[in-house]
Design a protein around this ligand. Structure first.
Ligand code: SAH
Length: 350
């Protein structure tokens, strides 16, 4: 029989399973503390679990703990990029960013991606599979474990902006959010979590109904359907108008400011006209626009916008009362925008 993925179980599920095994209920509390707070990866390492009980538990459950294949640390700002290997040999990436307001971990939600955005490295090798809740969680745990000896180290923020489309792995992502927020676990507040989507409209509507106080981030990247459909295939299914009305609806239900990501690509979407068009479209949505000079990826010939166009674009949005800032780039010396580390690894092993 396949062992159960214990770290994908909620407290209530674990408790029910413990009772089913004929064990006392309090064991669930002990296990949860050992697994989700002390981050133990073996039942035999748990101080309050006897060796014979550890044996029984390890026959019933598997503890998800990826292996670190490589870890790059930026000398400039301490950003860390991890290439992690899952138990089936698949690789994903995780990034730790050390902001003044706290440590932020960027997690992957899938192995590869099927969204096919032209500028994105994560989708170049196609889609392999979705990650389990425990596998998404394990990325934060791995980073935390690496800093165990650092007094007071804590991950306070999470962004679901790594490899994969979170809303294409809906149930596991929701369960992950639940697990990471649990006060018997890492207890990271929903307000400190951002979920980014390329625009899966039904997923956005479903998420709205969960009423979680997380930040919704939309990868917009274009002011109109022509440019967006050329670079983001999802736009041919749900166009900008449908996407923005889903955002308005989301905001009505959740009441939270929405974040729009906009990668500035030289000569593609970065003119003053584009900025004006964008401002018009976003009018009435309480939002913030994150402008990101596009990261050049090896597989595609997109160039960053010039400093001048970036400034003009930002100014045009701000003049139209749209709150916009240019995102500071972290870890530029370990240059590996999400998905690139994994792609390089796949290539060298071919
Ligand atoms: N699939 C989700 C989650 C990924 S988040 C989404 O699309 O939102 C990763 C963010 O980085 C997205 O906003 C994505 O559009 C952006 N991105 C991808 N490739 C990029 C590149 N080359 N330069 C700048 N941003 C990029």
């Amino acid at each position: 029989m396949d062992r159960k993925d214990i770290k994908s179980m909620t407290y209530e599920e674990l408790e029910a399973d413990i009772i089913e095994m004929g064990l006392p209920k309090f064991r669930a509390g002990q296990l949860y503390r050992q697994l989700f707070q002390k981050l133990k990866t073996s039942f035999f390492d748990m101080s309050d679990i006897s060796a014979s009980l550890a044996q029984t538990l390890s026959e019933r459950y598997v503890i998800t703990a990826p292996e670190i294949i490589s870890k790059l640390v930026s000398k400039i700002d301490g950003t860390e990029k991890y290439l992690l290997c899952m138990s089936d040999g698949n690789m994903i990436e995780t990034v730790l960013m050390r902001y003044e307001h706290g440590n932020t971990v960027c997690v992957s939600t899938q192995v590869g991606c099927r969204m096919g955005c032209a500028f994105c490295a994560s989708t170049k090798n196609g889609f392999v599979r979705s990650l389990e809740p425990s596998e998404i969680l394990s990325q934060i745990e791995t980073v935390t474990r690496e800093h165990m000896s650092e007094e007071g180290f804590r991950v306070s923020n999470i962004v679901l902006m790594g490899i994969g489309e979170p809303l294409d792995n809906y149930d596991n992502v929701i369960k992950f959010l639940n697990l990471v927020n649990d006060k018997r676990g890492l207890e990271i507040g929903y307000r400190h979590i951002s979920l980014s989507t390329c625009g899966v409209v039904p997923g956005i509507m479903k998420l709205a109904k969960e009423e979680l106080p997380i930040t919704l981030s939309i990868s917009l990247h274009a002011p109109n359907d022509k440019i967006r459909s050329e670079n983001m295939p999802i736009n041919r299914k749900y166009n900008i108008e449908e996407l923005l009305s889903a955002c308005r609806e989301y905001q009505k239900i959740c009441g939270r400011r929405i974040s729009f990501e906009y990668a500035l690509i030289d000569g593609v979407n970065d003119s003053v006209e584009h900025a004006k068009e964008l401002a018009k479209r976003l009018k009435g949505i309480m939002c913030h626009v994150n402008l990101i000079p596009v990261n050049t990826i090896k597989e595609k010939n997109f160039k960053k916008s010039t400093k001048n166009s970036i400034n003009l674009f930002t100014k045009t949005l701000n003049d139209s009362k749209i709150n916009a800032t240019v995102r500071r780039k972290l870890g530029s010396d370990i240059d590996a925008a999400c998905g690139q580390l994994r792609n390089d690894h796949i290539k060298t092993n071919e």
